[in-house]
Design a protein around this ligand. Sequence first.
Ligand code: S3P
Length: 430
Amino acid sequence: MNRIIKKAKTLKGEITPPPDKSISHRAVMFASLAKGQSRIKNFLWAKDPLSSLNAMKSLGVEITITDSKEIIVNGKGLHSLKEPDNVIDCGNSGTTIRLLSGIVAGQRFLTVLTGDDSLRYRPMKRIINPLSLMGANIMGRAENKFPPIVIKGGFLKGISYEMPIASAQVKSAILLAGLYAKGETTLTEPHKSRDHTEKMLKNMGVNIIINDNTVKLSPVDHELNCFDITIPNDFSSAAFFIAGACLVPDSEILIKQVNLNETRTGFIEVLKNMGATIEIFNITEQGGEPVGDIFAKSSSELKGINVQGDIIPKLIDEFPILCVVATQAEGKTVIKDAKDLRAKESDRIKAMTSELKKMGVKIKEFEDGVEIEGPCKLIGTEVYSYKDHRIAMALSIAGVIAEGETTIKDANCVDISFPEFYSLLEMLQK
Ligand code: S3P
């Protein structure tokens, strides 16, 4: 499905973004490992977390959904999963396949994990290597590069592991396998990635110690506590509207109850340093995370900046929309140290470079990032989403500030994380 976007005069109003995708995956997976009944409210009903929910059902977990869309998971404990009688399809979801690999690495049965055309070309050595070191029999297609992955788990040992890249998915896979391992599991990341797994497992009674970029998990000799959670709303989805408010003249958007976990909000730090007007208030706590309301408004004097190093994992999913913001900033914005973006749902460095060029942007592509020179008048044209939800949404915000009409090809991929994206965008234009 293609989507036509017209230039917006203004974006005004109040929105509640969808529930957090990362926490939705984890809630349904971790509740499946607990002993007892867990209740999950405000789950993200989008394709990616549904891949995790269906995967846990395939592993024999009893999951029911109430009329009010609450999920009830009847966890039977760490060792209660059953061998699936078919291959598990993880769809487009890197989080599902990588976290699940860690879980099934601890099971004494055979699991085969696969996914869609994009997922079957995403790198898996990053989990296959550490899980093999822990003692799992695990193999992937093309000499362990890609899914399908075949795993026969059981009898794991804890390891001490230096992660070559910062990745919450890899870190989580190792920690989940660590729940089944004999001995301590310790890992160190080059930069700190999102920490939802650590927080949630701690809350379930797992002994986890965090020291800068090092996480240590003690062997588990008891069942994990079940939990009730109301999932906070997703900062990464809110980011498109924060950018929209900053870029469209006379705009003001209030975004309600957003997860403000500091391992996720690097985009706000960067936008503020560029000169954007963004305020945060009503900070409370929900689902073990700080949440608050975000107010953003037109910011006409943005300046280009350098974005690199430790902040990159804190805005990794916001790279496509940050590129769009940079097109409107005075001077050069340089984003570096982000090579892993080439291994996301699409090669996001290549995708943003080629599509923003079509819209008239001066953008240079590096192996690990981009340089964008602004400000620049965007021209509406036909652009491609690469079937990547975040590329489709970022280009749509570019379309809202471009002259004329912008056609986003294959825009229905927004269903992966944000099915109501286009209806909210239309609502704000009224
Ligand atoms: C995620 C981690 C990040 C992020 C992805 C979700 C998670 O991936 O890009 O959208 O839920 O753990 P990496 O771990 O590959 O950086």
